[in-house]
Design a protein around this ligand. Structure first.
Ligand code: NAD
Ligand code: DAU
Length: 349
């Protein structure tokens, strides 16, 4: 098996690459990543010298490059994670999301189909997507695989578009595909532009913790290693042409989550309980802020036997420990351009 994983230097991708490199020594794993601000080879320093691992620096928007590497390495399957992934950035720079998430995905589909034309059924294109394509829930209900698409941010619109293209290649050209749509991930190596790692970084440094609006928006949080485990199961046992929703059965209002985080951090940092909660600062809401996401993963659980392995309290505790023990990683990714990004995103809020 020669497996191409795109976006493997990012948050989720690095956990997927590590899992496959360790668990399947007979697979050759190729990690294709552009190394944008979100890509970081330090995420994979423990496996970079493995014989079954190769890093390829490249851009999925570059169709000629994709053709070249498919010819050179003759991949059998693709797990496609490379994307622009942050909703706030999509509001300020939507075209970057169209480029990578839409054009990049179509380039990959085209290249895979052309390269595999002689034996399409022997191959697999597995597309990793998000629950945000389904839009925003009210107080009740869950997203199922049948929920109509209703994306509301440039990010989710670009991911919805990429999902449609993947299904189009299945129906029109017979490309063997699988898709999964996952809820919010958290865990080690998460870039500190996203809520949980940003809050950990700020609490650690006694800086204000920005909560958008009233902190009433709800997300369904899943530990990143459980997402990687689900991807492994779906890659090997999922049905062709099918979509699987992946969620944590773990809904939290943003404010409740940040309060739990503050309390766990106080305990770990030896601060008096209640100290970090004083850092919580309500700021201007995100434009078009989806109220609630919640996933029904019963198809994945019932058909493929997957379920989350850690509770939120455990996962959050492990995550905080990782950030406190990996200060160098955090300092490296928050130096340089991060400061300018932070200033631009939060100064005006
Ligand atoms: P991330 O931003 O941490 O990582 C994205 C990776 O893609 C980076 O390593 C980056 O360098 C690479 N990349 C970006 N543009 C590229 C390009 N043009 N060519 C090649 N590589 C490029 O993202 P993540 O949070 O790890 O998300 C990975 C995937 O999972 C995305 O497709 C995202 O939509 C999806 N997803 C994320 C979550 C979540 O909670 N983070 C939940 C559900 C689905
Ligand atoms: O649901 C899956 C999606 O989850 C993924 O597809 C995305 O790639 C991923 O970024 C994530 O999107 P969210 O927008 O839900 O995640 P984020 O961490 O940016 O925000 C989580 C919630 O916290 C959201 O309601 C906005 C709020 N928030 C976020 C930030 C960065 C704040 O209140 N303050 C902040 O500073």
């Amino acid at each position: 098996m020669k497996l191409l994983i795109t976006g493997g230097a990012g948050f989720i991708g690095s956990h997927v690459v590590r899992l496959f490199v360790n668990k399947y020594p007979n697979y050759q794993i190729f990690n294709l990543d552009k190394l944008t601000y979100a890509g970081n080879l330090a995420n994979l320093s423990d496996i970079e010298d493995r014989e079954n691992y190769t890093f390829l620096k490249g851009d999925i928007v570059d169709a000629a490059y994709l053709k070249e590497i498919f010819s050179q390495y003759n991949f059998d399957a693709v797990i496609h994670l490379a994307a622009e992934s942050h909703v706030d950035r999509s509001i300020t720079d939507p075209l970057a999301f169209v480029q990578t998430n839409v054009i990049g995905t179509v380039n990959l589909l085209n290249t895979a189909r052309q390269h595999w034309a002689a034996n399409l059924p022997g191959h697999l294109f597995y597309h990793i997507s998000t629950d945000e394509v389904y839009g925003s829930l009210g107080e009740d209900g869950l997203f199922t695989e049948e929920t109509a698409y209703d994306p509301r941010s440039p990010y989710s619109a670009s991911k919805a578009s990429s999902d449609h293209f993947v299904r189009a290649w299945y129906h029109t050209y017979g490309l063997p595909v699988k898709l999964s749509n996952c809820s919010n991930n958290y865990g080690p190596n998460h870039f500190p532009e996203k809520l949980i790692p940003l809050a950990i970084h700020n609490i650690k440094n006694n800086k204000p913790v920005p909560v958008y609006g009233k902190g009433e928006n709800v997300r369904d949080w899943l530990y990143v290693l459980d997402h990687a485990r689900a991807i492994d199961v779906i890659f090997h046992e999922g049905q062709l042409g099918e979509t699987y929703n992946i969620g944590g059965v773990n809904e939290w209002k943003n404010l409740d989550l940040i309060e739990l985080l503050c309390d766990q951090m106080d305990q770990k940092l030896g601060r008096e309980q209640g100290t970090s909660r004083k850092l919580i600062t309500f700021v201007k809401d995100r434009a078009g802020h989806d109220l609630r996401y919640a996933i029904d993963s019963s198809k994945l659980m019932n058909e493929l036997g997957w379920k989350p392995s850690v509770t939120f309290e455990e996962g959050l505790s492990k995550t905080i420990d990782w950030y406190l023990q990996n200060s160098e990683w955090l300092e490296n990714v928050t130096s340089g351009n991060y400061q300018a990004y932070y200033q631009q995103q939060y100064a005006a809020r």
